[in-house]
Structures are given as structure tokens and as C-alpha cells.
Design a protein around this ligand. Structure first.
Ligand code: IPM
Ligand code: MN
Length: 344
């Protein structure tokens, strides 16, 4: 019989609240014969305050043994900016080679999107997850003086670009519209931009059925708002992808609905699924957090592990829930409603 060994990192703020709902829905959707084993990892702001640790190697080794990781959110105003981001979240993405950061955008019914009523918003951003300016390659000289120079180097390797572009072609090829848009800024960032564009064109020869397009990132932000239906699959670098996917979430139903997967497509390491939103300390503990993004991340997790029917059931439950959604339900009530729907 099948089994899932799941590592759970609830993290900080609303992370704990939304993860509880994600697990509730996961338990409800799985068939009886699937054995779900979860192990919680106490990582995040509290841990850092208590011990000074962000992600010790011993825990990294333990995490490696699971089939997948579900993460809530990390970050707290009491922790200096960058400590948990670099020491925990990005450390996981790099250590587990999550080179495909998958971020789907769908216009769900009854949302407060500025684009509500406009059909056909259904695209996915394949954000590179292990390179770009995120690698921390840089430094500053004459720091803190008026003559300071700070460099933040964007690292783009042919190996890293090729594998993520190829993954994006595969995804585009498997979709109905089969359209792939490369987003970069190759009129200014000529070195990295040309590496991306050259590999994009070269690999494209292997996918004759996929229609391709190129947009500079600034133009892409315009089209995400004025003509989002033009997008099917977008492939882009780590930083552009970070920015574009917040915008995509905002225009397609709000950050409370945006799910993501940090995927290691080779299966060498566990992939990690998390809502795009952060720990929202301002609403933590109030029951106002929408767990839907986490629940949809659980659907991505299930699809990644081969549970396609269960993933689809969760997505259908979210669509149904949103079309009937009553105002002012708590985090828990939304989780309960979704758990009931998927169990049917
Ligand atoms: C995200 C977040 C992270 C990122 C931060 C918290 C490091 O904004 O998952 O989009 O920039 O990737
Ligand atoms: Mn982000």
C-alpha cells in the first residue's frame, strides 16, 4: 500500500494556522489505504530566539529523508531581515536543489481580483529557484561610508538555465495551449539575458508544438494586468519570478490563494510546498488568515507525489468553496469546509 512521509515546517505567524488546515484537508482527501506519516520541525523565529539556530545540518539531513515538505511561512519582525530568509528558506531551496519554483495562477470565482469577470486566467510561472541574485554572491566595500559600493551578483549558469527552461517547455507541451513565454530583460542585462534567450531558442527546436514568446520583465507586468489571458507558461529567473508571482497573485484572486511548489524534478531531494504569502504577523492569532493558499499547495504536493485525483479533488473543492464563500469565516472554518468537501 502507498504511504507518504511528510515533513511539516509550520514556521512563524499565520504559518502555523494555515498549515494546520492544510494537514486537515490532506488527511481528509487521502484514501484509507494511504498511510500518512507527518513529522513536525520546529524551525523559525522562536527557535532562532531560543537557540540562535536557523537550520542545523542534522535537521537538514532528517528533512532529506521525507517524501515532501509542507512549509507554512517564516519571518518575524523580531528577527533581523535576511536571517531566516537566507538561513532557513533559501537554505532549503538551495540544499534540496529546488530549481523549479512552480507558481500557478488561476482566476477563481468570487474573488476580489481587479480582473474579476475576465475569463481564462490560467497560467503558471516557472521561476528558477537556485540561481540569479539569490545566491548571495556579492559584497560591499567601504561599507557604511559615503563611498560604499555594494554588489549583488546574479549568477546564471548554462546548466542551471537549461534545466529550468527545459522543464518549462515540458510543462507547456503538456498543456492545451502549449505556449511558453520567456521573461527577462535582455536589452539591459545583456550577459544573463542572452544566455537565457539563446538557450530558450535552442531548446525550443526540440518542442516544435510549443509557441514561444519573449517579453522584457517591465512589459510583462503590464500584460499581467491588461491581458493576463495571453500567458500559459512563463519561465523566468529567480528575482523576476519573485516579483511577477506576487503581481500574478494579486491580480488573480489575492495572495490568500496563491500556492507554490519548490520542486526538485529529478526526485533526488524532497520537494517543498508553501503558500506564496508570508507569516503576516499583523493578523497572526486572529483567525483571519485564509488557509486556501496552503490547501492549494497541498494539492500541488499531492500531484507531485502522483496523487492526481486527490489533487484535482482539492482544487475542485476550493473552486466550489469560493463560489459559495460566505464572508468572515475563520481560518478554521474554511479548513473545515474544505475538508468536508474533499471527503465526499
Ligand atoms: C517568496 C518569498 C521569498 C523569496 C523570501 C521570503 C526569501 O518572497 O517565496 O516569494 O524571495 O523567494
Ligand atoms: Mn516573494
Amino acid at each position: 500500500s502507498r504511504s507518504i512521509s511528510l515533513a511539516v515546517i509550520p514556521g512563524d505567524g499565520i504559518g502555523k494556522e494555515v498549515v494546520a488546515q492544510g494537514l486537515k484537508v490532506l488527511s481528509a482527501v487521502l484514501p484509507q489505504d494511504v498511510k500518512l506519516e507527518t513529522k513536525q520541525y520546529d524551525l523559525g523565529a522562536q527557535r532562532w530566539h531560543a537557540t540562535g539556530e536557523t537550520l542545523p545540518d542534522a535537521e537538514l539531513e532528517q528533512l532529506k529523508e521525507h517524501d515532501a515538505i509542507l512549509l507554512g511561512a517564516i519571518g518575524d519582525p523580531s528577527v533581523p531581515s535576511g536571517v531566516l530568509e537566507r538561513g532557513l528558506l533559501l537554505k532549503l531551496r538551495f540544499a534540496f536543489d529546488h530549481y523549479v519554483n512552480l507558481r500557478p495562477s488561476k482566476l477563481f470565482p468570487n474573488t476580489e481580483s481587479p480582473l474579476a469577470g475576465r475569463p481564462d486566467i490560467d497560467f503558471v510561472v516557472v521561476r528558477e529557484g537556485t540561481e540569479g541574485p539569490y545566491v548571495g554572491n556579492g559584497g560591499s566595500i567601504r561599507t557604511g561610508t559615503p563611498a560604499e559600493v555594494a554588489n549583488e551578483v546574479s549568477v546564471n549558469t548554462a546548466y542551471g538555465v537549461e534545466r529550468v527552461v527545459r522543464d518549462a517547455y515540458e510543462r507547456a507541451n503538456a498543456r492545451t495551449r502549449k505556449k511558453l513565454t520567456l521573461v527577462h530583460k535582455n536589452n539591459v542585462l545583456v550577459h544573463a539575458g542572452h544566455l537565457w534567450k539563446n538557450l530558450f531558442d535552442k531548446i525550443g527546436e526540440e518542442y516544435p508544438e510549443v509557441t514561444t514568446d519573449y517579453l522584457h520583465v517591465d512589459a510583462a507586468t503590464i500584460f499581467l494586468v491588461t491581458d493576463p489571458a495571453r500567458f500559459d507558461v512563463i519561465v523566468t529567473d529567480n528575482l523576476f519570478g519573485d516579483i511577477l508571482t506576487d503581481l500574478a497573485a494579486a491580480v488573480s484572486g489575492g495572495i490568500g490563494l496563491a500556492a507554490s511548489g519548490n520542486v526538485n524534478p529529478t526526485g533526488e531531494f524532497p520537494s517543498m510546498f508553501e503558500p506564496v504569502h508570508g507569516s503576516a504577523p499583523d493578523i497572526a492569532g486572529t483567525g483571519k488568515a485564509d488557509p486556501t493558499a496552503t490547501v492549494l499547495s497541498v494539492a500541488l504536493l499531492l500531484r507531485h507525489l502522483g496523487f492526481e485525483a486527490e489533487a484535482a479533488r482539492i482544487e475542485d473543492a476550493v473552486t466550489a468553496d469560493l463560489s459559495e464563500r460566505a464572508d468572515s469565516r475563520t481560518t478554521d472554518e474554511i479548513g473545515d469546509a474544505l475538508a468536508v468537501r474533499v471527503a465526499q
